[in-house]
Design a binder for this molecule. Structure first.
Ligand SMILES: NC(=O)C1=CN([C@@H]2O[C@H](COP(=O)(O)OP(=O)(O)OC[C@H]3O[C@@H](n4cnc5c(N)ncnc54)[C@H](OP(=O)(O)O)[C@@H]3O)[C@@H](O)[C@H]2O)[C@@H](O)CC1
Ligand SMILES: [K+]
Length: 492
């Protein structure tokens, strides 16, 4: 993976590292000017209160105030406390000669728009009532960097955080802009360029990105005959095995169908029992009723999906056989249930795809409260513990590699919260692994294709009535769009 800088997500600590060696005054001026421009695009002229904190976020606020006033808007500034003497923020505060207001909710309520420049990357504790009350009284809110109280690293709220209508991110977004509840607290997110040279990123150890085409690249979906790929055969396009359950056959069929649409040359359902049920399904699907122990040694069937629809005991047995045979395993559903509280049993698998409840059961968290989902470090730790890529599924799916890299998916539609959608994802992942794509890239690309195909299904025919079966037929289009987007961004 050669991750492009434009997809990088910066934590507050990384921003601080950039600032310590940079021209903060110039960047602050740019940040305030660009934020003012974004505000001018989003709102018609109205009285504005700019709420400024004591740090550089407040410094940006004084610049916004100056530019909005220059644009003819009535502007007042309310300071929580004055900036530290000699700091860049103090220099910007000194250049504000306009009206001052008390830092009180009444001042916010009288304005038509409040600019939240109280805390950004320097947030160090929960915000108190004084800040929360003022921001809560705002009729509309534009936040600089993050809404005050939102932890940019985790997406968690520190105290009572007022959701913004517009959040203006500076040069790069943060994990917290995309992780829930942060994503919901940001409103519309705009990323503005404040002139930090891309070389500044080279000094950082980047480890988080937005999941989008360009982060990974896909081979062509089908062999290109014109380019001499016409002699490729079904095994060279990747062969996928899916462990079939005797009873809940739908899940394995959904996974297998998705693997086929995602470009696998050959997909087999391993069904020691229940084979007849599978044979009544799609004609292009191979059903193998021989003992699994004999199937797993077929060297051509490298990638296996283990778990969808399986009872935990069967999944656990299958997992052991697959790992012993050195297969590339995607563990989901029943295979995760078989490893509840025993994550070490997953050592040797390539990718696991738990939802929040499964993650909690496998990795032994006592609570499934939505609160902890915003903590990428927990997903990183899980990936490290089992030496495999962990895909924590949700509306803000986090994909973590054992080496600490994470990608956050940002555009999955809510319609994906439907039975069988997870089985489809495991099938797509299997197809990409079988085609020889690196584990982390395969997981990231599968998550994106899955979400994008669901979006296409939604805009195509299904509307909000998208069901799991609707997703796979759109994978070909999603694949083509991934190529087009990666190409366009690389050029642009
Ligand atoms: N490279 C970039 O992207 C650039 C970014 N820029 C901007 O810089 C911002 C980061 O600036 P920053 O480091 O000064 O932190 P900021 O959030 O203003 O606050 C720190 C102050 O608040 C205080 N404090 C914290 N929490 C508190 C609480 N709950 N309740 C009360 N007080 C609290 C804290 O006190 P302390 O923790 O020290 O006690 C300290 O005094 C960033 O968000 C962006 O807007 C541009 O200007 C330039 C280029
Ligand atoms: K802010």
């Amino acid at each position: 993976m050669t991750a492009p800088n434009r997809l990088a997500l910066l934590t507050p600590a990384q921003t601080a590292a950039i600032d310590s060696a940079g021209d903060v005054l110039a960047w602050m001026e740019n940040a305030g000017r660009m934020a003012a421009r974004a505000i001018l695009r989003h709102w018609t002229p109205r009285p504005v209160l700019v709420a400024c904190g004591p740090g550089a976020n407040g410094g940006d606020g004084y610049v916004v105030a100056r530019h909005l006033e220059r644009a003819g808007w009535p502007v007042r500034v309310a300071a929580l406390s004055p900036p530290r003497e000699g700091s860049p923020a103090a220099a910007m505060a000194a250049r504000w000669r306009g009206p001052i207001a008390l830092f009180l909710p009444e001042a916010a309520a009288r304005a038509g728009l409040v600019v939240d420049a109280v805390f950004g990357a320097g947030l160090s504790r929960d915000i108190d009532d004084r800040v929360a009350d003022l921001l809560a009284a705002a009729p509309a809110l534009a936040a600089i960097d993050v809404p005050s109280g939102l932890d940019g690293a985790t997406g968690l709220a520190k105290g009572r955080v007022r959701a913004a209508d517009l959040t203006i991110a500076l040069s790069w977004a943060r994990p917290g802009h995309y992780l829930l509840p942060g994503r919901a607290l940001c409103g519309t997110l705009e990323i503005v360029d404040i002139g930090i040279p891309p070389a500044a990123l080279e000094r950082l150890e980047l480890d988080a990105w937005r999941n989008a085409p360009g982060l990974w690249t896909l081979p062509p979906l089908a062999p290109d005959t014109a380019a001499g790929g016409g002699d490729s055969h079904k095994y060279s396009r990747g062969a996928v095995g899916v462990i079939g359950a005797a009873e809940m056959t739908g899940a394995a069929r959904l996974a297998a169908g998705a693997a086929r649409r995602a470009g696998a040359g050959l997909v087999t359902i391993a069904a020691e029992s229940g084979a007849d049920l599978y044979r009544t399904g799609d004609p292009g699907l191979i059903v193998d009723a021989s003992p699994l122990s004999a199937q797993v040694v077929d060297p051509r069937r490298l990638a296996w999906v283990c778990g969808p629809g399986l009872p935990p005991a069967q999944a656990g047995e299958a997992l052991k056989l697959l790992l012993k045979a050195g297969r590339q395993v995607i563990a989901d559903a029943g295979a995760l249930a078989a490893c509840a509280g025993r994550p070490k049993r997953l050592r040797g698998v390539r990718i696991v795809t738990p939802h929040v409840g499964e993650f909690a059961k496998v990795f032994g968290r006592s609570s499934t409260s939505p609160d902890w989902r915003g903590r990428p470090d927990e997903v990183r730790a899980a990936a490290k513990a089992i030496g495999a890529v962990v895909v924590l599924k949700g509306t803000d799916t986090v994909i973590a590699a054992p080496d600490g890299r994470i990608a956050i998916n940002t555009d999955a539609p809510p319609v994906l919260a439907t039975a069988g959608a997870g089985d489809v994802l495991s099938g797509i992942t299997g197809a990409l692994l079988a085609r020889g794509i690196d584990d982390f890239d395969a997981a990231c690309a599968a998550v994106w294709l899955h979400g994008h195909a669901a979006q296409l299904a939604r805009h195509g025919r299904s509307g909000d009535g998208v069901i799991a079966e609707d997703i796979a037929p759109w994978l070909g289009t999603a694949w083509a769009e991934a190529h087009a987007l990666a190409r366009r961004k690389a050029l642009g």
